[in-house]
Write a protein that binds this ligand. Structure first.
Ligand code: MG
Length: 247
């Protein structure tokens, strides 16, 4: 094989694709720089193609009640400011890989849903529960990393309160045609390096003590974080938009 030609042109077409096996004309994947892992003391670096939503400095990418995110920002993290309401990103996005780090209060108080409760709401509608479930039983579909009211996590991978925890989410937005659901939302969630949802289908938006059907909405939406009255902290929040191969 000549040096300037890295593949083959005399091979069969790969079924369902526009390229041949080892196609010499197939574009290369984009080069990016991967991120680094976080430590207890310091947040890691996001991958080079990530959109950073919170880097520990300010809430300029966020909004909230009265058009202002009113949570506290300190020492590389933000903290729920109880009573000021949920906050949400100004940016709207769709299919993505989303990274969120959170910490429940070091000082333990309350129990069940009353201990370190917050939430990561995809598109402002679909909640992954944030809760301190370290030695704190609650109803299963409301546990840490649960798809609230729908699916408990496969395992409880909680760290002790006061330690940083990670959610790595692969999110596929629901698709609608008119009011009809073409494809429900799906998510994979890795909690502290452990898969706790594997390509799980959501039944609809999040609610409490009920089941709600999907309501059609755009393919992009904001990320919101819940003010449930507890002093939960967040840091190092970023996403990468996911596209299809060869797009
Ligand atoms: Mg919650």
């Amino acid at each position: 094989m000549a040096k300037d030609k890295l593949g083959y042109d005399d091979t069969p077409i790969i079924p369902g694709q526009n390229f041949k096996v080892h196609d010499s004309k197939r574009p290369q994947a984009r080069v990016i720089t991967p991120g680094t892992a976080s430590t207890e003391e310091q947040a890691g670096e996001p991958p080079s193609d990530a959109v950073v939503l919170f880097d520990g400095t300010d809430l300029s990418s966020w909004t909230g009640r009265d058009d202002k995110a009113q949570w506290k920002v300190e020492n590389d993290y933000m903290e729920v400011n109880p009573g000021t309401g949920d906050i949400q990103t100004k940016k709207k996005f769709g299919d993505c890989q989303l990274h969120v780090e959170w910490q429940s209060p070091h000082e333990v108080s309350g129990d069940s849903q009353g201990r370190g409760n917050s939430g990561v709401f995809l598109m402002g509608r679909y909640e992954i529960q944030v809760l301190d479930c370290y030695d704190n039983p609650t109803y299963a579909d409301g546990a840490t990393a649960g798809i609230y009211g729908q699916w408990p996590p496969l395992v409880n991978a909680c760290r002790r309160p006061g330690q940083w925890q990670t959610y790595d989410i692969v999110w596929k937005v629901p698709r609608f045609r008119g009011k009809k659901v073409l494809c429900p939302a799906r998510l994979t969630l890795i909690h502290n390096g452990v898969v706790v949802h594997h390509d799980k289908e959501l039944i609809g938006p999040t609610t409490h003590r009920q089941v709600l059907p999907y309501e059609a909405h755009p393919e992009e939406g904001p990320l919101s974080l819940q003010d449930h009255g507890d002093l939960v902290r967040y840091r190092n929040i970023w996403y990468r938009s996911l596209r299809d191969y060869d797009e």
